[in-house]
Design a protein around this ligand. Structure first.
Ligand code: MRU
Length: 330
C-alpha cells in the first residue's frame, strides 16, 4: 500500500518534519519543528492528529526539548496539555520520562515507540481483516497519516480488501473537521480500495438498505470495561449499528487502553472551538455570533461493541477479562 506518514525525523538536522494535515488533500506541505514548544502547538492546532501519531510526535517533542535546551519538565507539561483525550500521548510521555536528561536514550525511545506503532498495526490489520466481509463503514480517519504505521481500522480495511474479503467502504465525512472526507477518502483512493463518501447523517439510510455489513472505527482512549472515546459521531454509529443488527468493532493498539479507568465516564473529552462548527474551512455557514458546541469526541459504551480488535487478536465479551489478559501478556 502506498503510504504517506505524518512525520519524518531528519537525523542530520535533528529536526522533526510534520505533514500539515490541515491542508490535505489539497497540498502536501511539510513543517519543520525544532522545539517541544512548537511540537505542542502543532498537536493542539491539528497539524498532526490521530491517537498513535500524536503519541509518537510527543515523544519526538521531548527529544527536541533536549536539543533546544528547553526546561524538560516545562516541555513535558506543554506536550501533556496539547490535547486531552488520546491516552497514547500520555503513555508516550510516561515512557520518555525515564530518559529525561539523556538525549541519545530519548531518541532511541522515541524511535522504539514509532517502531512499535508499525509492528502493532501490522498485527491489528491482520486480526481486523478476519472480521470484515462485504461492505464496511468507517468514521473519522485511522490510516497511516493518523498513526505513523499502517493504520488501525483502515489498516484492517486495506488488508481485508487485499484478501478479497470486502468489496466496498462507506466513508463518513466526519463533521465538523472532515477527517473522513479529507483524509480517509484520500488514503483509500491512494490504496486503490473502492469507497464512497457519505455525510454522517446518511449512515442509517444505507444500514437500513442492507448495504453496511460491519462498522469499524478507531479509538482515542479505552477503559478496562471496553467503553471507549473516539471521534464525535462514533457513539451514534454504534447505536445505529445495534438497531440494524450490524457488528460494530473498535480497532486499537493496546497503548490506547487506559488501565487506570474502570469505565468510560472519566475519560476527558476535548471541547474544540465552536468556529469549527459555524464555519466550513473558514467560510461561515451559520448566522454571525450564533452559539455552537464542538465536543471533539464521544464515549461509546461497551454494551454496543461486538468485538475489540487489538494486536493480540479480537477480544470478545467479557471485555474486562479479555483486556486484562491482553495487557498482562504484553
Ligand atoms: O481529532 P482527531 O482527528 O485526532 O481524532 C482522531 C480519531 O478520533 C481517530 O479515530 C483515533 O485517533 C484513532 S487513530 C488510529
Amino acid at each position: 500500500m502506498e503510504r504517506t506518514l505524518p512525520f519524518r525525523w531528519d537525523d542530520d538536522a535533528r529536526t522533526l518534519w510534520l505533514i500539515d494535515q490541515r491542508r490535505l488533500p489539497d497540498e502536501e506541505v511539510w513543517v519543520p519543528l525544532t522545539s517541544a514548544h512548537d511540537t505542542a502547538e502543532a498537536i493542539r492546532d491539528m497539524v498532526v492528529r490521530g491517537a498513535p501519531a500524536i503519541g509518537v510526535t510527543a515523544a519526538y517533542g521531548m527529544v527536541l526539548a533536549h536539543l533546544a535546551g528547553e526546561d524538560l519538565d516545562e516541555a513535558e507539561r506543554a506536550l501533556a496539555e496539547s490535547r486531552p483525550t488520546a491516552v497514547n500521548l500520555f503513555h508516550a510521555l510516561e515512557r520518555m520520562r525515564s530518559h529525561k536528561g539523556d538525549l541519545e536514550a530519548s531518541l532511541a525511545e522515541a524511535r522504539a515507540i514509532w517502531r512499535e506503532v508499525e509492528r502493532t498495526e501490522k498485527a491489528i490489520s491482520e486480526h481486523g481483516a478476519r472480521v470484515l466481509k462485504g461492505q464496511v463503514l468507517t468514521h473519522c480517519n485511522t490510516g497511516p497519516i493518523a498513526t505513523g504505521g499502517y493504520g488501525t481500522a483502515i489498516g484492517a480495511i486495506v488488508e481485508a480488501y487485499r484478501q478479497g474479503r470486502i468489496s466496498h467502504v462507506w466513508v463518513d465525512e466526519t463533521r465538523p473537521y472532515l477527517q473522513g472526507a479529507r483524509l480517509t477518502a484520500w488514503e483509500l483512493q491512494k490504496a486503490g480500495v473502492p469507497a464512497t463518501l457519505i455525510s454522517d447523517n446518511m449512515a442509517a439510510h444505507f444500514m437500513k438498505l442492507g448495504e453496511v455489513n460491519q462498522v469499524i472505527v478507531g479509538v482515542d482512549r479505552m477503559a478496562m470495561n471496553g467503553d471507549f472515546a473516539n471521534k464525535i459521531g462514533t457513539y451514534g454509529l454504534a447505536v445505529l449499528a445495534r438497531h440494524h443488527g450490524i457488528p460494530f468493532y473498535p480497532a486499537l493498539p493496546l497503548s490506547s487502553v487506559d488501565s487506570k479507568l474502570d469505565d468510560g465516564s472519566a475519560i476527558p473529552l476535548e471541547e474544540r472551538s465552536a468556529e469549527e462548527v459555524t464555519h466550513l474551512r473558514g467560510v461561515p455557514i451559520a448566522p454571525a455570533g450564533f452559539p455552537a458546541r464542538h465536543p471533539a469526541f464521544d464515549v461509546t459504551p461497551h454494551t454496543l461493541v461486538t468485538g475489540i480488535v487489538t494486536e493480540k487478536g479480537v477480544i470478545y465479551p467479557p471485555f474486562d477479562e479479555g483486556l486484562e489478559g491482553a495487557l498482562a501478556s504484553d
